[in-house]
Design a protein around this ligand. Structure first.
Ligand code: PLP
Length: 463
């Protein structure tokens, strides 16, 4: 740390935090006897806490966000310059960084053409849901308004985003939910044996066919959108099985359903391509993104659509309701696209997509190698630098480990100065996938360091 904070300052910060901060996703009773953790500084892959302890961050800011690493002065300078020139104007007008980032982004997304700016992944997803609804009203008398979402996927924290949420523990106690959202089964092959009728062969096609079954049961003329994560994040780092996406695309075409891909986690390099969906040769109608767009240097989220969706909102100017009647105040902040432009340039100039593919394969191998020693690792999976290790009591029954044990592995790594994550924090039986998403600048040494920490922690927790 640079020493700007002395011990007295830090204890004042800790007391102010304890007295006034409501931490995200946290129980606060423990803070009566222990200090809350405060992250003071970051550089590259590392962060330092209030005690000056150094941590190797294997989860990019905790939630898959800081894709280009900490301490990028180049982004800070671009944001500073832009803020002095123009910090804000409502999104009904354009801005220089807004237009320039949109152009660069669209170059990476063939088939898509329009960028709608807002603040968060949840908000971007809500906007996509609103578009489906408005199209239903404009074109189909309101009927084709339902949105399908998948078991184990997550699309955000607001009530409507939770209505499209497939992680029950996040939804518990927040109902009633927004009507019009219908769940389809997950596609986690490792847990296919828990799904009635799932075959051993061609599981991917079967899993996609389950979506068609739901469409038929609901009535195809009532279903307007299908929202999916390309690789499911918090639901267990689920890479789609072979054949899945091709069939999903066919089904959407067959029933004239808009395919909305939630790239909030996978977007902007995390899986080794610009976007997760690009590994699978599919063509979405709508894509949402947030976390890695500016690596957390400024708040920004985007909903990107194709011209077909855009055209539905501009085809009849004589209709006073014929435009997307939506606004996001902070969608007009210029810091977001200014940071996003630099973020994108860094990824290009430093070859971070290739690094992600290479180091991701190395990490998959290293974590896979731990399976020989630690029988509780049931499966290691993922894409690029977005990986998970599912922990089971027994490899034959695949019974999940007690979630407290998975959390003990995370806590042990933290003691060793390595921050890793675990999915599905509070649902018994599902809190069993360790997750890893180091910044895209990770080196082999960083990955060895992370895997050594996991190895040690697994040994201490499971013997
Ligand atoms: N979509 C996915 C796949 C996510 O993982 C998240 C957050 O973790 C969101 C949407 C919500 O994003 P935000 O927290 O920016 O609202």
């Amino acid at each position: 740390m640079d020493g700007n904070f002395n011990e007295n300052d830090i204890s004042r910060v800790v007391e102010a935090d304890r007295a006034h901060i409501w931490h995200h996703l946290s129980q606060h009773k423990p803070y009566e006897t222990t200090d809350p953790r405060i992250i003071v500084e970051g550089k590259g892959m590392k962060v330092w806490d209030q005690k000056g302890k150094e941590h190797l961050d294997a989860v990019s800011g905790g939630v898959w966000t800081v894709n280009v690493g900490y301490g990028r002065e180049r982004i800070a300078n671009a944001v500073r310059d832009q803020l002095i020139k123009l910090n804000y104007f409502a999104g009904s007008a354009g801005s220089i960084p807004g237009a320039m980032f949109a152009e660069r982004l669209i170059e990476k997304m063939p088939g898509l053409s329009r960028v709608y700016y807002c603040n968060s992944g949840s908000e971007a997803n809500e906007k996509a849901f609103k578009m489906v609804r408005q199209i239903a009203h404009k074109r189909y008398g309101g009927k084709k308004h339902k949105v399908l979402y998948r078991d184990r996927d997550y699309h955000g924290t607001t009530i409507t985003a939770l209505s499209a949420g497939g992680q029950d523990e996040r939804n518990a106690q927040y109902g009633p939910f927004t009507p019009g959202f219908v769940r389809v089964p997950h596609c986690l092959e490792y847990r296919a044996f828990e799904q009635e009728g799932a075959p051993r062969e061609n599981y991917g096609v079967w899993a996609a066919d389950q979506i068609e079954k739901v469409i038929i049961a609901e009535g195809p003329d009532t279903v307007g959108g299908l929202c999916l994560e390309p690789v499911t994040a918090g639901g267990g780092v689920i890479t789609p099985p072979d054949g899945y996406w091709e069939r999903v695309q066919e089904i959407c075409k067959k029933y004239d359903i808009l395919l909305h891909i939630d790239e909030v986690v996978c977007g902007v390099g995390r899986t080794g391509s610009w976007f997760g969906y690009q590994h699978y040769g599919i063509q979405p109608d709508m894509v949402t993104m947030a976390k890695g767009v500016a690596s957390g240097y400024a708040a920004i989220a985007c909903l990107v659509t194709n011209e077909k969706v855009f055209d539905m909102f501009k085809d009849d100017a004589s209709d006073p309701l014929n435009y997307f009647r939506d606004i996001s105040t902070f969608g007009g902040c210029t810091a977001g696209p200014a940071a996003a432009l630099e973020n994108l340039s860094i990824i290009e100039e430093e070859g971070l997509l290739d690094n992600t593919t290479e180091q991701g394969a190395y990490m998959l191998d290293c974590l896979g190698g731990l399976m020989d020693k630690h029988k509780t690792i049931g499966q290691v999976r993922g894409k690029g630098l977005f990986l998970g290790a599912e922990l089971v009591e027994d490899r034959d029954t695949r019974k999940p480990v007690d979630e407290k044990l998975a959390q003990a592995v995370v806590a042990d790594c933290m003691q060793q100065g390595v921050i890793i994550g675990v999915t599905n924090r509070s649902l018994p039986g599902k809190n069993n996938t360790l997750c890893f998403s180091p910044a895209l600048i990770a080196t082999k040494d960083d990955i060895d360091h992370i895997c050594d920490a996991v190895d040690g922690a697994m040994g201490r927790v499971f013997g």
